[in-house]
Design a protein around this ligand. Sequence first.
Ligand code: ZN
Length: 186
Amino acid sequence: MSRLVVRLCVRVSQQATARSAVSPRRIPAFIRPVSTSAGLRSLTRYDETTDWQKKLTPEQYVVTREKGTEEPFSGIYLNHSEVGMYHCVCCDAPLFSSEAKYDSGTGWPAFKEAHGTWERDESHASIIRRPDNSLGSTGTEVLCKNCDAHLGHVFEDGPDPTGQRFCINSVALTFKARGNGNPEEN
Ligand SMILES: [Zn+2]
């Protein structure tokens, strides 16, 4: 009997030791340097260690990292008509050219195609599509290929010749006018 008690005590203490060994340790904060060289295709994928809440405004964070949607007719790029490139607000990847922008009348910036698209081949574009059933019916979510930022949705009711309507949140974008910051054009 006494031997059994001793054996039980040993097992309990072994378990306690094992539990303390796997107790959650604090993972040190890890900040990645963000490339500022516009136009370069980064091969570095962002992951959960990127502190988007520090990098983004609350509105940008909700839209891009939590798949939110800005209020219609509220975005700063809805009626924006400058010539240039719309980049990902999170990672700066070039997403949509101003040449593909049009007024869809829906309240969000709309584009006929993603930058880098060649005859509907989006393998060189900076966006990816993902099925999304949260809209009630089956929809297609548009995300940044580089950092998985939620950008908006794409619909099949766009103008010719693509028939595509990329419905994109302004807060997911940052605009760069053509020629700005490009020494080759100075
Ligand atoms: Zn991105």
